[in-house]
Design a protein around this ligand. Sequence first.
Ligand SMILES: Cc1cc2nc3c(=O)[nH]c(=O)nc-3n(C[C@H](O)[C@H](O)[C@H](O)COP(=O)(O)O)c2cc1C
Length: 194
Amino acid sequence: MKKLIILAFAAISFAACTNQPVQQNKSFMDLARQRFAVREYAQTPVEQAKLDSILEAGRLAPTAKNVQPQHIYVLQSPDAIIKINALTRCAYGAPVVFLVCYDTNQVWTKEDGTNSGDMDCSIIGTHMMMEATELGLGTCWVKWFDPAEVAAAFELPANHKPSFLMPCGYASENAKPSDHHFSRKPLSETVTYK
Ligand SMILES: Cc1cc2nc3c(=O)[nH]c(=O)nc-3n(C[C@H](O)[C@H](O)[C@H](O)COP(=O)(O)O)c2cc1C
């Protein structure tokens, strides 16, 4: 018994030191409730294994006609982080910012000229966001930037169209959900059965 208590204590201490969440096998609904837009980040670097896992979650997302038009830039060098913070006030000092783009040469395009690029990227981003949540990381979806300015600053090829930014990192101790997080319309306002 004594051995068991010592082992459990050691596991919890290790998890705390490495910023790993203690494995709780949370359900998707638990994670969906836990997630909120994080707008203050600790400067703790994000482990490569966690970045790999977040990117893999994005890779598994469905896309229109399975063309997988996404191209994701992982901004994390000091230069890139300075640059992106100068281009938007919504990078919130995160140590990593995903710049999620789609390739206009590959994206599924309808006869009327509309394409599924932003839709594909949004599903990919949602997968990434939820995986980051599972790994104990915070994120924020960001549309507050000028895609043309960002494309120019990072010298993107003309066919890589920025869809959104996603700052990612460990939430700072002060980070807390905004009032918006607690305000959701009832299903009766947003759902109609026919
Ligand atoms: C498409 C989209 C664009 C958003 N753009 C921004 C943004 O530019 N800056 C920001 O701080 N938050 C942005 N957000 C975050 C929302 O404000 C936030 O998700 C919403 O208020 C609900 O709060 P919660 O995520 O904490 O539950 C965006 C969210 C979405 C889905």
